[in-house]
Write a protein that binds this ligand. Structure first.
Ligand SMILES: Cc1ncc(COP(=O)(O)O)c(C=O)c1O
Length: 460
């Protein structure tokens, strides 16, 4: 019989020999253990030794309803026994229809059509392909470029990577798919001096930069602008007041599609089903994934306006694009059960009622010398770390390496908190807990962060 000690060490050995972790420096595990998470319940997950962690990142901005929900697991199991698989290529199945109808009811304005994918990258890429084919069908074949923001993450497949604004993760895969154009993001903490004391003026400038990019590139060559409601990468940049209204105006002026990439921001992360609803703008396309199933099965997709669908519904045209597992019966059944929980437990209401308390609890950390700013919205926050609060000086590469990769990530995990120490922009810690969380979870996060960040400062 295998003892539990053997089972643990066998898993470790196999993990190191056979498994390739994503965006992970594998050599980092030469001397240490690969963290193996075996179980989840509510806002907590447990590793192979039985140790408990607060899931302060909802896995990866995914587990909105929390872990261990029997009713979602059962909905998936029921669907697998009834019809485990059939494609959406020329056929439909009831759960995909039902979910499409439900999403159309929840989405803003006339976003009535759902094209399912299995992931966020595929959703982002599908939106680009749709924009390109739509413009070819409507007599504007030269429109192919896409504008997105500095440091924004929109996925890793080659098309989505060209929309992504993070040079370091693109460089190994150059040359990129042509057409990606960058504009400034809405990081007010690091705004240019001429707008650094006026949030609205900063927002107007950042939006106008999109117009300048369109004019520079040639207005007839630009197909779409991709924006997250709150930009994740770089540490949660909310939009300044009026920003999205100005962007909408610019897109209308130049006939450019506005894609709201809500892979993180949809399904309650900001207290609404869609982030565009919170900020009062109407996108032409919404891309989503992650929270639509709370991770109980993979699913993504894009929601498209009636106008964009028109050339595909009235003539002989076909959108020449498809993915075998997109809109999978089990995933769509799971998504419906997930949305039932949203309704039954009023999770949007929970986020709206508690978001101020979440912010206030995290803002207590501002008394630490290493905490530059706490920013975000809903249940989605970034804490920017700085070397000097007065000058907002950030860490050099060597300090970042020692602090974030060498200490913080591991120390936070060891202290029982799953979150993310990220230095793809300036160094930040990101938090996005399950939407079921309340004050006791906020306090637990603050307590762990305070202890670990205090220790980090002494190591600089
Ligand atoms: C805004 C945004 N778009 C796209 C993606 C890519 O999603 P996926 O990892 O499911 O391909 C992500 C992933 O984090 C994201 O945050």
């Amino acid at each position: 019989m295998t003892s539990s000690f053997d089972a643990v060490s066998n898993l470790q050995e196999a993990a190191k020999r056979n498994l390739w972790l994503h965006f992970t420096r594998m050599s980092g595990y030469e001397d240490g253990e690969v963290p193996v998470i075996v179980r989840g319940s509510g806002a907590y997950v447990f590793d192979q030794h039985g140790k408990r962690y607060l899931d302060g990142l909802s896995g990866l901005f995914v587990s909105q309803v929390g872990h261990g929900r029997q009713e979602i697991a059962e909905a998936g199991a029921r669907q697998a026994s009834e019809l485990a698989y059939f494609p959406l290529w020329s056929y439909a199945h009831p759960k995909a229809i039902e979910l499409a109808q439900r999403l159309a009811e929840l989405a803003p304005g006339d976003l009535n059509r759902v094209f399912f994918t299995t992931s966020g990258s595929e959703a982002v890429e599908s939106a680009w392909k749709l924009a390109k084919q739509y413009f070819k069908l409507t007599g504007q074949p030269e429109r192919y470029k896409v504008i997105s923001r500095d440091i924004a993450y929109h996925g890793t497949s080659m098309g989505a990577l060209a929309v992504t604004g993070l040079a370091d993760i693109k460089y190994p895969f150059e040359p990129m798919t042509p057409g990606g154009v960058r504009v400034p993001n809405t990081n007010f903490y690091r705004a240019p001096a001429f707008v650094s004391d006026d949030l609205e003026a900063f927002g107007r400038w950042a939006a106008d930069e999109i117009e300048r990019a369109i004019l520079r590139e040639g207005p007839k060559s630009v197909a779409a602008v991709y924006l997250e409601p709150v930009q994740n990468s770089g540490g949660c940049f909310p939009p300044p007041p009026g920003y999205f209204q100005r962007v909408r105006e610019i897109c209308d002026t130049y006939g450019v599609l506005l894609v709201s990439d809500e892979v993180i921001c949809a399904f309650g992360r900001l207290g609404y089903y869609f982030g565009s609803e919170r900020y009062g703008y109407q996108p032409d396309i919404i891309t989503f994934a992650k929270g639509v199933t709370s991770g109980y099965a993979p699913l993504g997709g894009m929601m498209v306006s009636d106008a964009l669908m028109e050339p595909f519904i009235t003539g002989t045209a076909t959108f020449l694009h498809g993915i075998t597992f997109a809109g999978h019966p089990v995933s769509t059944a799971v998504a419906l059960a997930n949305l039932d929980i949203f309704e039954k437990e009023d999770l949007l209401g929970n986020v709206r009622a508690n978001e101020r308390a979440f912010r206030a609890t995290l803002e207590k950390l501002v008394d630490l010398p290493i905490v530059g700013e706490v920013r975000g919205a809903g249940y989605f926050y970034g804490i920017e770390l700085v070397k000097d609060k007065a000058t907002r000086e950030t860490f050099d590469d060597d300090e970042s390496e020692r602090l974030l990769r060498g200490f913080l990530s591991q120390a936070l995990f060891d202290a029982g908190l799953v979150c993310r120490a990220d230095d793809r922009g300036d160094p930040v810690i990101q938090l996005a807990p399950p939407l079921i969380c309340g004050q006791e979870h906020f306090d637990e996060m603050e307590r762990i962060l305070r202890a670990v960040l205090t220790e980090a400062w002494t190591r600089l």
